[in-house]
Write a protein that binds this ligand. Structure first.
Ligand code: 5GP
Length: 190
């Protein structure tokens, strides 16, 4: 998506060869018009797939997921992060390793909001190592829901997430794919 690529070129900050900061328009301050356009683009791509729900991982996936859900006119569910590992019968629960924070956390979803009849599109801001998306898949599959695909705003294609998801039979749709990054240069896949 040219709009997003241009914004990344203009306002994205490659902290190093691995981490891209997009705090001024995605992660901290949000550009609502860009976010809405990105949601529409994702929805357009998945429009004939009978998606019943959009799912995301709190918190930075919420904005793009909500915009996608608005465009698809389906509910959005938030997979919630919890520090404790107290077992709860009303929840599906799984453990995730955080890429940016280098810690483990528990991801949870209430059994009330998901079921075998659901066909779910997962939306997140970044795809890096694919740990968050894989955990989301694991959680959603506990309910026997089926998966329409994974949509991300930014895929860092030089990290293993894309391959990890594809090898599990999941379609990955990325609005911008970064193939290489350094402090003064960001290269996109054409
Ligand atoms: P993964 O599980 O694919 O390694 O990482 C996914 C999560 O880590 C994303 O939801 C995102 O919140 C965060 N993340 C990974 N790489 C980056 C990055 O380069 N910049 C930012 N801002 N977040 C990232």
């Amino acid at each position: 998506m040219e709009l997003l690529k241009n914004k990344i070129k203009q306002d994205g900050i490659a902290v190093n060869e691995h981490i891209l900061k997009v705090d001024s328009f995605i992660n901290h301050q949000i550009d609502p018009v860009l976010m809405q356009e990105m949601g529409k683009d994702i929805a357009e791509h998945f429009k004939n797939r009978n998606v019943t729900k959009v799912a995301t991982i709190e918190s930075s996936g919420i904005a793009p997921a909500l915009m996608t859900a608005v465009a698809l006119k389906v509910p959005m569910i938030i997979l919630k992060k919890q520090p404790s590992k107290i077992l709860n019968q009303d929840l599906y629960q799984t453990v995730v390793t955080s890429y940016t924070k280098e810690t483990n956390y528990e991801l949870t979803l209430s059994k009330k909001y998901i079921g075998a009849e659901d066909h779910v599109l997962i939306v997140d801001d970044f795809l890096a190592n694919g740990e968050a998306a894989t955990a989301a898949l694991r959680l959603l599959r506990m309910s026997h829901a089926t998966i329409a695909g994974l949509a991300v705003l930014i895929e860092k294609s030089f990290q293993p997430g894309h391959e990890k998801l594809i090898s599990q039979g999941i379609e990955v749709y990325a609005l911008a794919q970064i193939t290489e990054m350094s402090e003064n240069h960001i290269r996109f896949k054409d």
